[in-house]
Design a protein around this ligand. Structure first.
Ligand code: C5P
Length: 403
């Protein structure tokens, strides 16, 4: 975000004290930062702190009563590449949603030429109130990006949803916005952590030979790209592949074997909101992997295979109420029956079916034809499409899916 101009709007909630940390993070990443505050927010954090950290004057009033100097909200609108309002109170949400502009921050919002991103923060009952929900929906319709409030301890002493997203989460949503060069910011997965497995696994027979499969990782990578475009923070655990992807919100772990994939997934799953397991994991591995290359002899060679762990089934049996788990089923016969039993056996929310019987569907190609079966027994079939279009269908389904 080097050189990017970020206008930070602060409204009057206790989480305002955390904005000092956000300003530091953004400045360290090379952004130019200006702050504007509602008068009420200066009870929660001193404008001097924000002016010092941002190295810019802070705007609060339309004009200075002593000098008569006018602060031009239109200029803020022209200056910023992104407007971020954090924390955003129920009061200011209502005003933004209905067009009220009785302070500098609100007048600036209505003058913005750039997209706006908001991080609501309030007590749990206020956050859950139909009025707040309605106003947030209106803002989303207006094209505002929402960094959802998190669950946790609230200033009132209650515990629930309403805590402002942490400064690091807000910073990564901002980084993601600039990385995607988005002009509209309706990203539905901001603040969500998604674990994706992709590619094949290679199970060593000896130092030069392995049991593997034709998986290219293309489907998994396409899903990762779509998740990132929707603002998610993604952990990709991937077997050997020619593909690569760099993104500030992507952490990439490269593994070779199913056991390595399992260990990596076990270390990450508890922190995730969603898991999408698209890897083509080898079901079996050689019982013994020879340390030296196995020499050719006159005799036949028998390799004893042992079962690999089922990584998806492990995640399913360690899934919380809040987590969503998506598996894939590549079947050659009785596709529906097998997929349904897999959905139940592995405790999944969605299963994506593809079959090698469909022309164009499969491993290394650029197209795929899928059907989705969900936990409510809803079955949806899609046309043959490019893998990136298929990824959009999958991610959209997930966004709209309610447990
Ligand atoms: O049981 P089956 O291998 O057909 O299930 C396929 C699904 O399970 C895919 O989502 C795949 O990524 C996942 N899987 C796994 N670990 C295995 C085998 C499959 O995570 N050992």
């Amino acid at each position: 975000m080097h050189g990017k101009r970020i206008l930070l709007g602060i409204t009057g909630g206790i989480a305002a004290y955390k904005i000092a940390f956000l300003v530091r993070i953004l400045k360290k990443k090379g952004a130019e930062v200006k702050c504007i505050m509602t008068p009420a927010s200066s009870d929660f954090i001193s404008p001097l702190v924000l002016a010092t950290l941002s190295e810019n004057p802070v705007g609060i009033e339309f004009w200075d009563k002593k000098t008569g100097v006018w602060t031009n909200h239109v200029e803020y609108g022209l200056w910023a590449d992104l407007f971020v309002v954090a924390p955003l109170t129920a009061n200011s949400i209502a005003k933004m949603a209905t067009g009220s502009c009785d302070n500098l921050l609100l007048a600036s919002y209505f003058s913005m030429k750039c997209p706006t991103l908001i991080a609501p923060a309030m007590d749990l009952d206020m956050y859950a109130h139909p009025s707040t929900k309605r106003n947030l929906e209106q803002l989303q319709k207006d094209g505002v990006g929402i960094i959802p409030a998190e669950s946790g301890e609230l200033a009132s002493g209650l515990v629930g949803e309403g805590r402002m997203a942490e400064p690091e989460t807000i910073a990564s949503a901002i980084e993601n916005f600039f990385a995607n060069h988005t002009t509209s910011i309706t990203q539905s997965l901001i603040g969500k952590k998604v674990l994706v497995t992709a590619g094949p696994t290679y199970e060593a027979i000896d130092p030069v030979r392995f049991i593997g499969n034709h998986s290219s990782g293309k489907m998994g990578f396409a899903i990762v790209e779509e998740l990132l475009a929707q603002g998610a923070q993604v952990e990709l655990v991937c077997g050997p592949t020619k593909l690569s992807l760099n993104h500030p919100n992507l952490k990439f772990t490269s593994i070779k074997t199913a056991e390595e994939m399992l260990h990596s997934v076990q270390g990450k799953w508890a922190k995730m909101d969603v898991g999408i397991f698209s890897a083509a994991v080898a079901d079996y591995r050689p019982k013994h992997s020879a340390i030296q290359k196995i020499k050719k002899t006159e005799d036949d060679l028998t390799i004893e295979l042992v079962k690999n762990p089922d990584i998806l089934a492990w995640a399913g049996s360690n899934k919380t109420e809040q987590q969503l788990l998506v598996g894939f089923a590549l079947e050659t016969n009785d596709v529906f029956v097998n997929a349904k039993s897999k959905l139940e056996r592995k405790n999944l929310d969605l299963i994506i079916m593809n079959t090698l019987e469909d022309r164009g569907a499969g491993f290394a190609g650029d197209t795929n034809k899928i059907s989705i079966l969900d936990n409510h027994n809803k079955f949806t079939s899609f046309e043959l499409k490019s893998k990136s279009e298929v990824a959009k269908d999958i991610v959209e389904y997930l966004i709209n899916y309610r447990k």
